[in-house]
Design a protein around this ligand. Structure first.
Ligand code: ASP
Length: 332
């Protein structure tokens, strides 16, 4: 690791430390990033939304947006709250392992210029959304996987740490007794955090980060780091993010679909509903899995929808951070 990577710190880093997002602060080391937007042309109302009731994560992003940080800075700092929350067994450190006991993380980011970065199957690194940003900004590539992504993290100044907590290990050993693979995705089992931000310059960016389905096969990757599936942004239209059964989201390229539906005139709510309908009409097995979407358009209008009741989206604007109960295709 190059020592100079640790020398410069930015105001976002200081804020990240204040918010307890320690490893993110370490990862944000380059002065060219994390600058507040210029004060001219800052008349938009900032909005942050995220999947599930990740209150602190969404409030963190919302506060940064209100302070004039870019949507990209805000969403990466926001999702880092859950990546570092060891009680959350579906994102970052403390995430449930695959069936062989390895915690492997997936994440992607996309910014208002259409640039994107993704990492898949990464071990030992907590802040994988920030790592996806490194791929986007510091490499000629879009996707990096496994060891290569981990090496990029280490040379970029990220900490290497054990992601399997005692609690996740205990639950995995319990699961091994039956090895019954039935992913239950609902409110009791908080899932992937996908977050979308609209900043004061009216630009939209997003981040999506997860440990994927608990006890997945070794090497399995879901929708979350797949651009267009777990996340998609078109800054002229809006953005969308997904959570739930990744295999089903990938088959319908769900987030891209939602943005295209908005391009064709749908509201974010109508687009989320149509994307869920595509899944349920093509898959009679839909009663057995959950998929949920969130979306935002350029006007800051938002929407969310899911298959099974129980999904909530967090919504931040004008200093108010509140849960929104999503409508669902199935009513009970
Ligand atoms: N979408 C994630 C995946 O399939 C899982 C989740 O949202 O819980 O990996």
């Amino acid at each position: 690791m190059k020592r100079r990577n640790f020398i410069t710190t930015t105001s976002l880093n200081t804020l990240a430390v204040g918010l307890g997002i320690s490893s993110l602060a370490q990862a944000n080391t380059e002065t060219k990033k994390n600058k507040r937007l210029s004060t001219s042309n800052m008349n938009e109302t900032a909005v942050a939304i995220c999947t599930w009731e990740f209150t602190k994560a969404n409030a963190t992003a919302g506060a940064l947006l209100d302070q004039g940080y870019s949507a990209l800075d805000a969403v990466i700092a926001g999702v880092a709250v859950e990546e570092e929350n060891i009680k959350n067994t579906t994102v970052g450190k403390g995430g449930s392992p695959d069936r062989e006991g390895n915690v492997t993380l997936d994440a992607c980011v996309m910014d208002h210029t259409g640039n994107c970065g993704s990492v898949m199957c990464v071990e030992n690194i907590t802040n994988v959304a920030a790592l996806a940003r490194k791929v986007m900004e510091d490499t000629p590539h879009v996707i990096m996987v496994g060891k290569g992504a981990e090496e990029l993290a280490i040379t970029s100044g990220f900490n290497s740490e054990k992601l399997l907590t005692e609690e996740s290990e205990r639950a995995w050993k319990e699961w091994l007794k039956t090895s019954d693979y039935k992913p239950i995705i609902n409110i009791e089992n908080h899932d992937t955090i996908g977050m979308l931000g609209l900043d004061k310059e009216g630009n939209i960016s997003g981040a999506c980060t997860t440990s994927g389905l608990a006890y997945k096969m070794k090497g399995r990757v879901g929708d979350s780091p797949v651009i267009g599936s777990g996340l998609f942004i078109d800054n002229t239209i809006g953005g969308a993010a997904a959570t739930g059964m990744g295999e089903e989201v990938i088959k319908t390229v769900g987030s891209f679909l939602i943005v295209e539906l908005m391009r064709n005139g749908m509201t974010p709510q109508e687009a989320c509903e149509e994307a869920v309908h595509r899944i349920v009409t093509s898959n009679p097995n839909h009663t057995n899995f959950q998929v949920a979407y969130i979306a935002i358009n350029k006007k800051g209008e938002t929407g969310c929808y899911c298959i099974h009741p129980g999904f909530k989206m967090m919504h931040y604007s004008n200093r108010e951070n509140k849960p929104v109960i999503a409508g669902s295709f199935l009513k009970s």
